[in-house]
Design a protein. Structure first.
Length: 112
């Protein structure tokens, strides 16, 4: 299970700080994954690795989540980066933004 971000909120009536979970935008993350998978023609196995990778998970964490070896995850990450012409996992967001900037193909769904 992937954990949500936890922003701190200050209670205006006191000096205490409470931490409450912020709802994730799973639709947004799903859209990023969909766009990148379409752009790179990623396999279903690479798609599984992509979401936790975009969330900043380490290879060992991704491997544990998916029940794969860290080596297999590393191979799949390299394939993802090669297919998307990205130099590292942070560079995937550049690819995503470039894909959003491309003109829509005839008959393609509108972005969210």
């Amino acid at each position: 299970m992937l954990s949500p971000s936890l922003p701190a909120a200050v209670d205006s009536g006191s000096s205490s700080v409470s931490v409450s979970p912020r709802p994730r935008s799973e639709a947004w993350l799903g859209h990023v994954v969909d766009v990148l998978c379409a752009a790179g023609g990623l396999t279903p196995a690479e798609r599984q690795v992509l979401e936790p990778l975009l969330l900043g998970r380490r290879y060992t964490e991704i491997a544990a989540i998916l029940g794969k070896s860290p080596h297999t995850v590393g191979v799949q990450v390299k394939a993802i980066l090669r297919r998307l012409e990205a130099s590292n996992s942070r560079d995937l967001f550049r690819v995503f933004l470039c894909e959003l900037d491309r003109p829509a193909q005839p008959g393609a769904a509108e972005p969210i």
